[in-house]
Write a protein that binds this ligand. Sequence first.
Ligand code: ARG
Length: 461
Amino acid sequence: MALWGGRFQSGSSDMFKQVNDSLPFDYVMASEDIWGSIVWSRALKEAGVLNENEQFQLESSLIALKKQAEAGTLDFANSPEEDIHSFVEATLTAELGDIARKLHTGRSRNDQVATDFRLWCRSHLASLREDCLNVISALLKVATRHENAIIPGYTHLQRAQPVYFAHWCLAYVEMLKRDVSRIEDLQKRLNQCPLGSGALAGTTFPVDRDKIAAELGFDSPCLNSLDAVSDRDFVLELLFNASTSMMHLSRMAEDLIFYNSGEAGFLQLGDSVTSGSSLMPQKKNPDALELMRGKCGRVFGNLQALLVTMKGLPLAYNKDMQEDKEGAIDSVNQWHICLCIAVEVLDTLSLNEERCRAAAQQGYANATELADYLVAKGIPFRTAHDISGQAVVFAISKGKALEDLSVAEFQSINDKIEEDVYPVLELESVLNKRNVLGGTNKELVIRALYVELEKLDQLTG
Ligand code: ARG
């Protein structure tokens, strides 16, 4: 059923339908579209366009259709309809005839699609928020499983200073918490209702837009009809949120891929999230993690694509805007899948604590401690830094760790270094001295872990 019949003498070409039809992807908004129509039919009744009986018939059929949509029993694939809006109207018309032909009074697909898509984004963001909380929970669980584990911390991918593994986990918890708050922020901003804005200028029928908004669970109606039908900021923000969160997952994946490498050997990944090689029987590849990293390409691309699509559009609606959906649907799917797989990876990984500890002890990661020790003995930090650097060079030449140098060897470099240097150079001491807020001191890390566990409990009820 073409929605613009009267002015046209011939139908659409096959090629035009290919470029123009959005039903192949916008069918995902069926339930939202029907809900919008239910509320619109009520508004039309109150505006005197539909009588009680007409509205009742429309609402009953729409409710039945919504159930079918949610059960997945509607046949979109074989439908000739252009989009989800015409699909719903055609299905309704086949059932109710002229009554259904009254439903589009005062409404345009422009305010309809803007409303549907906001509803769709809103419900998906709610479940993506849950997905993010699940990753936070998995991070806290793995941190708790390995409360005492120490790993090397890196800068420039060079061993820098040791940190508790739980500290590493909590760093990603911070990132995921920001992802959650970005979702919550967006949920507030997108929760305005375009319905009742008509094609672009508002509608002549006396509908109650506040009531429409409230019935669809929006906080308020959009205030300007031109903006209401042409704003896609909420999609862009969703795509940005997806990109940022995927970037976080990708960095985590990158860390874990490295920790899992034969060279590092810090951890084992579960069989359920790795794959073998068709040729090399010994291989166990971190595919899930590589795909978390790899899928960022398309997710970032979807953001870029919509920004470019929107940038030159004159007010108000233009068909270009139909291009908002495929990328957003794809990004939402990929983001969801990656958040879920991150949980599986974290739940099934096991840390090789011995090997992590050994690595944390190597690489002269306690050289800063030696410098700080000399500072405590009254030497200016810059000089202390030099002396510690000389000690490292000396130790490298002897093939020893700093803590394995004798007092005499230390004193050949600087006579302020005495017997009391050894406890300072011990691994635990290196970590626990960092007891300023946010540092990797054991007590602080454990406390942060429990604070986050409690917060999560409150958030998930
Ligand atoms: N399928 C269209 C979209 O997604 C619906 C709006 C069509 N509006 C129009 N004036 N042709 O944007």
